[in-house]
Design a protein around this ligand. Structure first.
Ligand SMILES: Nc1ncnc2c1ncn2[C@@H]1O[C@H](COP(=O)(O)OP(=O)(O)O)[C@@H](O)[C@H]1O
Ligand SMILES: [Mg+2]
Length: 435
């Protein structure tokens, strides 16, 4: 088939415009040649007089190729609702669902196609969904173990500042872990987690890891987007596996980052599968079916205002802790911590920490990195490594912009206009805005 074929088909159609099979051949050929606009026009023309399933499949494929996945799905859903057993249609639907991140539905659909024809396979779907036959569960588990289970080498002493956060973690999750009998004696309930929020780079992930090191526990760190992107089984199952991994490895700090991915903004969250994932999450947090003893749960988000309020109920993330950019004293201690194992001389920590207002811990990492690079360059000249001094860091500071301010522009609005029950008072206090 080539462009000449198209011309002859068009000629023939001029003489018999009502010849549907001929026009379908033209449309299919155009589709094959990726002449998508023309194909779409021909399919639409046929659909005026015919409801042939092949025509609909052709039009849906055209939309798929154009990246119009929802248009593709509208057509396919109508066909599938009528109970089609065409594996090609089901496969295309699964692919389009996957493009729209509706993973569990994609899996369900692809499985339906495989049930109809066990010999059918689609390489792309096989790869993305990683349906690995019978030992699927084992492969998945091992993969999850290796990917997420860590033994942290840092503890609270590696974290500069963050005194309030450390205290909160101490009281709310470390003490109950170490002295469960005392809590029991007073009939005080334990469980639930802490949700950390604040601008990026200010140590949310870092303190979670240090918490695990502090109590000599294992550490599982997972971003909610990882769970959504694992494509294996479905998101709810992935989430369950992660909680199970934590329960089997107690004591364990389970850190769940990017909790905001559960917010309503993601397109896949608008669908019912998003609601399922939220419910699954709440169920895992509550530990009703499974015991969460020995699992310390920490969550983090940059956008707490997107979080479903159900997460804040007692026994869930009932402590919401603001992790601000480090104050001057904290900046000094972070600087000291980060430079302690590096060659330095005569560092004026006080003046430096005053200069780096609004810098996050990650920004401090960055300026030290820049200073080292500048120093390395200078060392190449005579081959002698020279210690880092105050002026090196001052030069580095000039080359780096604090990364925390953008976050506050958004946060301020939420704190001022959507401050449910004073949830974000800490932000206002930090910004020195009186209510
Ligand atoms: N208080 C701190 N003390 C020491 N290092 C810090 C601190 N805050 C941030 N850092 C450094 O910045 C890096 C990024 O911090 P991270 O915890 O990933 O930020 P967040 O999770 O809040 O976005 C860390 O790996 C760590 O090296
Ligand atoms: Mg983080």
């Amino acid at each position: 088939m080539n462009d000449n074929t198209i011309d002859s088909l068009r000629d023939a159609l001029k003489h018999s415009p009502e010849n549907t099979p001929l026009r379908l051949l033209l449309a299919d050929t155009l589709l094959d040649l990726n002449r998508l606009e023309e194909a779409e026009a021909e399919y639409n023309m046929i659909l005026k007089t015919s409801t042939n399933i092949k025509v609909k499949f052709g039009l849906a494929t055209t939309f798929f190729k154009k990246g119009s996945y929802s248009a593709c799905n509208v057509i396919l859903e109508e066909v599938i609702e009528k109970g089609t057993t065409d594996v090609n249609i089901l496969t295309l639907y699964a692919k389009a669902l996957l493009k729209e991140n509706a993973v569990s539905k994609a899996i369900e659909t692809y499985k339906k196609a495989l049930a109809i024809n066990p010999n059918h396979s689609d390489e792309e779907l096989d790869n993305q969904l990683r349906l690995k036959g019978h030992n699927e569960a084992e492969v998945v588990n091992e993969e999850i173990d290796n990917r997420f289970l860590q033994k942290p080498t840092i503890n609270f002493s590696d974290v500069g500042g963050m005194d309030i956060v450390k205290k909160e973690i101490e009281l709310k999750i470390i003490k109950p872990l170490l002295h469960p009998e005392l809590y029991k004696a007073y009939g005080k309930k334990t469980g639930g987690g802490i949700l950390l929020y604040g601008p990026p780079g200010c140590g949310k992930t870092f303190i979670a890891k240090a918490t695990a090191g502090q109590v000599n526990a294992k550490f599982i760190s997972v971003g909610l987007n990882d769970i959504l992107d694992m494509w294996i089984g479905n998101s709810e199952k992935n989430l369950h596996e992660i909680f199970e991994l934590a329960r089997q490895n107690t004591p364990c700090v389970l850190f769940i980052d990017e909790i905001d991915a559960l917010g309503a903004s993601r397109s896949d969250m608008k669908q019912s599968s998003g609601r399922h994932l939220i419910n699954q999450f709440l169920q895992e947090l509550d530990g009703i079916d499974n015991n969460n003893d020995g699992v310390l749960i920490l969550g983090a988000t940059n956008t707490p205002w997107n979080l479903d309020p159900a997460f804040r109920r007692p026994g869930r993330f009932d402590r919401i802790v603001f992790v601000p950019p480090p104050d001057e004293v904290s900046r000094e201690s972070i600087l000291r911590l980060k430079l302690q194992n590096k060659p330095t001389t005569n560092i004026d920590y006080v003046s430096l920490s005053r200069k780096i207002e609004n810098f996050s811990g990650a920004d401090i990492d960055a300026i030290i990195d820049i200073a080292i690079e500048l120093k390395l360059e200078a060392s190449f000249i005579d081959g002698i490594p020279k210690p880092i001094d105050t002026s090196d860091l001052q030069n580095a500071i000039k080359k780096h912009k604090a990364s925390t301010q953008e976050w506050f522009m958004t946060a301020k609005n939420f704190a001022m206009f959507a401050n449910d029950a004073g949830l974000y008072d800490d932000i206002l206090t930090y910004l020195k805005i009186k209510k």
